[in-house]
Design a protein around this ligand. Structure first.
Ligand code: ZN
Length: 319
């Protein structure tokens, strides 16, 4: 891929929380511009760790979920994590930046290009041999954008064997120890696609549910790798099924899309209460008899109908 002079590559969109696919595109653009080139300037006002030496060659640019790494040929690794606010931009040398320089956390200049990281909360460098001791990287789950079939199966197992079975599936999807790449937009979209209730306790999910969630997330992330706008449901205006659509009609069942803040970071969760009913947690004040009437699953209905006392009730002469 090539960039014309004067192009700035829109690596991030302010209105979106950066997600795995955005960081992947950023990494791809940075790779094209930086890899194989000598470092002319490296600026990182709040860096924790050593600076790369002048003229050191950039060897690799990697992304894992919201983590982006630049690796120099002497084994020095720059690790940035975007969290909610960070973004990487790529500029031609001398081109005006689109964000204030006070927000610059890293600037890497090579011949013709300057890669600038703005507002990332985590900026640190360390040597390659320290990698396994790095607290952030040691237990990260596979990156859904690149994971092999076997690694995806491992992600599904991480969901199934999640250490806190009472945690909601909506929160588990954002846990980078399970898998990297799913951000706040995709978690709502993935759960809608799977018709899963976002408040389902992860311990209630069956293995097939876990596989389905991971597959849906992988499909969405990979389908959006090459686009700058995120689309999970092309037929809906805006291309998203529920995210940002609170108060609007669900495209599947016509019910009204809801929004709620959830989890330790109070992030917005969008869902449809009409069709995202699978594994919905029981409502505490519902009498058990009501819950039986409400259970829509045919297998459950058959099971209940065939309970001995039901059979006797239906046909008192039997047996
Ligand atoms: Zn619905």
């Amino acid at each position: 891929m090539g960039y014309r002079a004067g192009d700035h590559v829109p690596l991030n969109t302010l209105s979106f929380v950066p997600e795995g696919d955005t960081i992947h595109r950023a990494a791809a653009a940075l790779r094209t511009a930086l890899v194989g080139r000598p470092t002319l300037r490296f600026d990182a006002p709040r860096l924790f760790g050593p600076h790369p030496a002048h003229l050191r060659i950039v060897e690799r640019v990697e992304s894992h979920g919201k983590h982006l790494e630049v690796v120099w040929d002497d084994g020095l690794i720059l690790h940035t994590h975007m969290r909610m606010t960070g973004s990487w931009h790529l500029y031609r040398s001398g081109e005006r930046w689109r964000k204030p320089s006070e927000l610059m956390r890293v600037a890497i200049e090579v011949p013709e290009w300057v890669a600038v990281c703005f507002s990332a909360p985590v900026v640190e460098t360390y040597r390659e041999f320290d990698r396994r001791r790095h607290p952030g990287f040691g237990h990260l789950g596979p990156d859904l954008c690149t994971a092999s079939e076997a690694a995806l199966a491992d992600c599904a197992r991480r969901v199934f064997h999640y250490d806190d079975p009472d945690q909601t599936i909506a929160e588990v999807l954002l846990d980078q120890r399970v898998a990297c790449g799913v951000g706040n937009v995709y978690r709502s979209e993935v759960l809608w696609a799977c018709e899963l209730n976002p408040f389902a306790a992860v311990g209630d999910l069956q293995p097939v549910d876990c596989v389905q969630v991971i597959n849906a997330a992988t499909r969405m992330l990979r389908a959006n790798l090459k686009h700058s706008t995120r689309v999970t449901l092309p037929d809906v205006p805006g291309g998203l099924a529920v995210y940002g659509r609170n108060g609007q009609r669900c495209a599947r069942c016509g019910d009204t899309v809801q929004v709620r803040r959830l989890g330790e970071h109070n992030r917005l969760l969008y869902w449809c209460p009409g069709c995202q009913v699978r594994h919905a947690p029981p409502v505490d004040d519902t009498p058990p008899s009501m819950m039986r009437e409400m259970d829509p699953h045919p297998a459950a209905a058959k099971y209940l109908a065939e309970l001995p006392w039901r059979r006797e009730g239906r046909d008192p002469l039997a047996g």
